[in-house]
Design a protein around this ligand. Structure first.
Ligand code: PLP
Length: 432
């Protein structure tokens, strides 16, 4: 079967059903998947000719829309030069320029960049850095992690072990997952007066276990896939202070929140704090290619490098892939060249207005918006297969889960399309 052979929507679905695993899906009882043949701007084009507005940026990743001329050109230019080269003993211009740019725009103490190929791996790298750092400076007992309930950090074993134990179904893997510590998630919402009691759970755990703790790992300000909670910057400030007081590193996972999604370039900026280790992914290439990065401070880099191993023990085959780093550089530069903050405020206002009618519905528990993230939280879990069909019938693509119907549109979405998106969401939620 050659790439140029035309398959109908039905043929694509039939072969797919027989052979392909989809994310978090059954191999035998999966609802039908929608074949997409191309995409342009904010629209996905289906094999049957329909078009859908992508209200979820292909899972938080597509910033500037699909088929963007600037990103296409960056990919083409790099393809002509070289699509890949190993990173052991070799460097190349896109990786060097991107690393410099990331160091310049992330919080000041972060000076070293480790590239990898996916968010989960960047979390593995972050965890490994923290543990190897403490080992190197002679505190070998500091190997555990402290994190928040309702968190999400990825699907590989190290990352999984710090996801919410219930929604992450840790019981399926007990015995093979390392046992870490879970503090209650903060309750004070982003714009509410902070309730000091929020920190008690984490404070207690850090005071009790700091001698074994390598790091606290969390998603700053927005807990994404684990619950779409927007929490108070005060909480994050207190976590930073407690980490400093107790000699525990702070890992911020900004794989979902990075690059403007919450209204600041990085969500840490809402609290004016800097992590010791930072994970970036998803949006890093504007959704074009798979790339992630783990940044750390000079202190950690030196600690590891002057320790027993003398090197950091990680090195992916496709580390700093030239195509991915070239497109990433173009994407970040494109973002920074625009009045992106005004644009996110525009989207925020439109989402607030457009989703407000949902707040009055009896079946809705809460409607909340932060930056370009809009969430309708239902009182009970939605029927995924049914709601997906209804959303598609409205011409919009989002991917609800559990009680959460949410949108995170690409930044290029205009007000007219935002209206179609929010009206469609409210209409579908009304019929739930
Ligand atoms: C998506 C996500 C990850 C995992 O990234 P993958 O590229 O899917 O491996 C980790 N942390 C957060 C906060 C995420 O949103």
């Amino acid at each position: 079967m050659s790439l140029s052979e035309q398959l109908s929507a039905e043929q694509l679905q039939a072969i797919d059903r027989a052979h392909i695993w989809h994310p978090y899906a059954s191999a035998t009882a999966a609802p039908p998947v929608y074949p997409v043949v191309s995409a342009e701007g904010v629209r996905l084009k289906l094999a049957d000719g329909r078009e859908l507005i992508d209200g979820i940026s292909s899972w938080w990743s597509v910033l500037h829309g699909y088929n963007h001329p600037v990103l296409n050109q960056a990919a083409r230019d790099q393809l002509e030069k070289m699509s890949h080269v190993m990173f052991g003993g070799i460097t190349h211009p896109p990786a060097v320029k991107l690393a410099k740019l990331l160091v310049d725009i992330t919080p000041t103490p972060l000076t070293r960049v480790f590239f990898s190929d996916s968010g989960s791996v960047s979390v593995e790298v972050a965890i490994k850095m923290a543990i190897q750092y403490w080992y190197s400076v002679g505190k070998k007992e500091k190997t555990r992690l402290l994190t928040l309930k309702s968190g999400y950090h990825g699907d590989t074993f190290g990352a999984m072990a710090v996801c919410d134990p219930v929604t992450g179904m840790h019981h399926l893997f007990s015995g093979v997952l390392p046992k870490h510590l879970f503090a209650d998630a903060p309750k004070t919402a982003f714009d509410e007066p902070y309730d000091d009691a929020d920190i008690n759970s984490l404070k207690q755990l850090i005071e009790q276990h700091h001698h074994q703790l390598a790091a606290v790992i969390l998603e700053p300000i927005v807990q994404g896939t684990g619950g779409m909670n927007f929490y108070s910057p005060e909480y994050l400030k207190q976590v930073r202070q407690l980490c400093d007081q107790h000699d525990v590193l702070l890992i911020c996972d900004e794989i979902a929140t990075g690059f403007g999604r919450t209204g600041k370039l990085f969500a840490c900026e809402h609290a004016n704090i800097a992590p010791d280790i930072l994970c970036l992914g998803k949006t890093l290439t504007g959704g074009y290619l798979s790339l992630a990065a783990t940044l750390c401070t000079e202190k950690i880099a030196i600690g590891i490098s002057e320790g027993e191993a003398g090197v950091f023990m990680h090195g992916p085959t496709f580390m700093a892939n030239p195509m991915a780093t070239a497109v990433s550089l173009a994407s970040v530069e494109l973002l920074l060249s625009q009045p992106w903050q005004d644009n996110i405020s525009r989207i925020e206002q439109q989402l607030r207005q457009g989703l407000a009618p949902a707040a009055k519905l009896a079946q809705v528990a809460d409607v909340r918006v932060l930056g370009s993230i809009g969430v309708i939280e239902m009182k009970s879990a939605v029927d995924m297969a049914r709601i997906q069909q209804q959303l598609v019938a409205e011409g919009i693509w989002v991917r609800p889960f559990g009680k959460l119907v949410y949108t995170i549109p690409p930044y290029i979405i205009d007000n007219r399309d935002l209206q179609i998106l929010t009206k469609g969401l409210v209409k579908v939620v009304e019929s739930c």
